[in-house]
Design a binder for this molecule. Structure first.
Ligand code: C6P
Length: 407
């Protein structure tokens, strides 16, 4: 194994000490949400115990301290993703809200006949908002198909791109399969026809170093809770001129310059797109999560998780009747599979009785399931605090579950 002190890292996560159904917890549902280190839990408690006040509003000390902590988190996100200016970081409730903010804004920017390209391997959060936009505006959705082991068909992508293409939306990593898309190349190609690109980074931002300036991407969205941060917080990055042109998704407090009954003018970025009181404690804890991840290093995390992936893949392939979906060469540590003749839900339930947490079903990515003509899969998604020993427990548990269900 690479030099990675997983024993020490595990001590940072209180939940990993608990038992489930009388067994030590083996948590392999990290693509759904990651666990939280003590530093993140402490950041939330510290905020409410010492700093709680509304931000950007008060002259009093608490409000100023809370504002400073909140804006400090924005600078941490900016630096983590190599973003040019702090006002290009918009705090949201998560990836879903980030995508909806952009899709809603483009209602008044696109024209009927314009085209939006999505991929067949998207999470529903990166399909439905664009369908809603198309229904309203009369734009059409073009779909990049998948190939057998998960990668998108880049040849078809090239053919779909034209001067009618206005937006390309694609994930960096598929949540259901773990497939890593060649986003730099896809962004460059889209730019050649004058289209803008939104990348869904929900499944990549804590596994792959992400340099948004280097990628030259137009919009990028992710969720804090996939990055050891709290739920209900996320970030939308946009190039400044694109965010400035984007009509606000929500109206309300703090996003205005002046309100009269004749007309309202909007505040400068980022406030224009952050209506209402935000999740202040959550954003501050997102900053703590970024500090935590940066301290370990995303590149080191990626290398360690890749070793876990190789180890687990080899063990899974030795199980008779087991099919792995998305077994391509470029992937994160997500293992999506089925055991012949057994329903994924039944396996998931038996694994849970052994203290092993995996996700079963369509993973909010039904087009991927349709592609493979299956109702769902069992998905084990690993993180940097998982171990080879846990993989052994999972594989043994899986073999037991499969034999119990097939007799
Ligand atoms: N995927 C999973 O188990 P939110 O819920 O807004 O934080 O993230 C939505 C989302 C968008 N895009 C991708 C690629 C995602 O993986 C997710 C969330 C979880 O796969 C929960 S459905």
């Amino acid at each position: 194994m690479v030099d990675f002190n997983v024993t020490k890292i595990r001590e940072d996560f209180p939940i990993l000490k608990r038992t489930v159904n009388g067994r030590p917890l083996v948590y392999m549902d990290n693509a759904a949400t990651s666990q939280k280190p003590q530093a993140v839990i402490d950041a939330i408690a510290h905020y409410y115990a010492h700093t709680n006040a509304n931000i950007h509003r008060g002259v009093h000390a608490l409000s100023q301290e809370a504002t400073e902590a909140f804006e400090n988190a924005r600078r941490k996100v900016q630096s983590f993703f190599n973003i040019q200016a702090p006002e290009e970081v918009i705090f949201t409730a998560g990836t879903t809200q980030g995508i909806n903010t952009v899709a809603h804004g483009y209602r008044s920017i696109l024209d009927p006949g314009d085209e939006i390209i999505v991929s067949e391997a998207e999470h529903h959060a990166n399909i439905v908002p664009w369908q809603m936009l198309c229904d309203l505006v009369g734009t059409s959705l073009k779909v990049i198909p998948m190939t057998k082991d998960g990668p998108l068909d880049q040849e078809v992508y090239r053919q779909l791109l034209s001067e009618r293409t206005k937006i390309v939306v694609v994930n960096h990593v598929s949540n259901a399969l773990g497939t890593i898309n060649p986003i730099k190349d896809m962004i460059d190609r889209a730019h050649k026809v004058g289209a803008i690109v939104l990348i869904d980074g929900a499944q990549s931002s804590s596994h792959i170093p992400t340099d948004l300036r280097g990628l030259d991407v137009d919009f990028y969205v992710t969720s804090a809770h996939k990055m050891c941060g709290p739920t209900g917080v996320g970030m939308l990055y946009g190039k400044k001129h694109l965010l400035e042109a984007l009509p606000p998704y929500q109206g309300g407090g703090e996003m205005i310059k002046e309100v009269t009954f004749d007309a309202t003018t909007y505040a400068e970025l980022p406030h224009k797109l952050e209506a209402g009181t935000p999740n202040i404690a959550g954003v501050i804890a997102f900053g703590a999560a970024i500090d935590y991840l940066q301290n370990i290093g995303i590149a080191a995390i990626g290398r360690y998780e890749h070793e876990l992936l190789v180890y687990a893949t080899e063990a899974l392939k030795a199980i008779p009747g087991l099919t792995i979906y998305g077994d391509g060469p470029d992937k994160t540590a997500v293992l999506s599979f089925n055991v012949s003749g057994v329903h994924p839900y039944d396996i998931g339930t038996l694994l849970d009785q052994m203290g092993i947490a995996v996700r079963t079903g369509h993973h909010c990515a039904q087009p991927i399931m349709d592609f493979y003509q299956i109702p769902g899969t069992i998905r084990a998604s690993l993180a940097f605090y998982n171990t080879k020993e846990e993989i052994d427990i999972f594989i043994n548990g899986l073999k037991r579950a499969a034999s119990m269900l097939s007799t």
